[in-house]
Design a protein around this ligand. Sequence first.
Ligand code: GDP
Length: 300
Amino acid sequence: MFGGLKRAISKVKEKLATTTLNEKDLDDALWEFEINLIENNVSEEVVRKLIDKIKNELINKKIPRFTKIDEIIDDTFKNLIEEVFQQLPKYDLVKMIKEKQEKPFVIVFLGINGNGKTTSIAKLCYKLKNQYNLKCLLACADTFRAGAIEQLEMHARKLNVEYIKHKYGSSPTAVAYSAVEYAYNKKIDVVLIDTAGRMQTDKNLVDEMKKLIKVIEPDFVILVVDSLTGNDAYYQAEMFEKEIPINGYIVTKVDADEKGGVPLSLIYATKKPILYLGTGSNYEDLIEMDKEWLLKNILK
Ligand code: GDP
């Protein structure tokens, strides 16, 4: 996982540490570093920020011999990550669920087909049920894609939780509404609402989603993005955000991501937190992302 980014960082450290650097060598090394970062899905704005910070350390402060190059590079990443996390709202989802007076706590999941939305709903349900003893209900509000209802239904059966479904083609808002009402009557803690994987550019589908959000007034909206889609992950996030307020993300498939730039670039671009990372296709493969995790997986 994230081997590409780790290699890019090791390479620049090595290059800067082993040559007797003049300004041209430094420029060349940083230029190569820039390209390597971009190749590993680090967004251009994050690359710019990192390179500027490194240049500032190395040139303006006139570090005499580049003996501490490892530390300078590591510190640049650490400081940037620190800075980015400071700007993020901090959510403790489990605490929020437990503290909500009037049940249920309602979470809507958005995201493009194939990103891992249904799998992530099932994983979060598994976590909330087994780790925190919370009662969950799944709402099959993706009434659009063939097989979507059966897929969520299959997870509900495996996880031994209740679910609400209507027919294909019926209103997603109606499904979500029935689910919230059912959960309210049955004192279920959390409703997890699956929605049709829509392109952020599909106006009708986006309007339908806006309607659902307006009627249901969820407590939390999660956008599921796929780390393998690279730059597209934060473009999707920015496009969705323009239409629907998002509280945070689940970034899936990081286990298969050989590059590694998406999580940092996503939170940098949108100033919204990643609540969980998908690290495989089993129910247990959902972990929280904090700055220590990010640092550990980028720098080591
Ligand atoms: P949806 O269309 O967004 O609901 O996507 P699905 O939940 O059906 O997932 C699409 C594919 O991605 C499935 O084959 C999942 O097993 C796979 N998947 C989802 N999350 C992860 C993850 O974190 N890691 C890996 N390796 N695969 C995942």
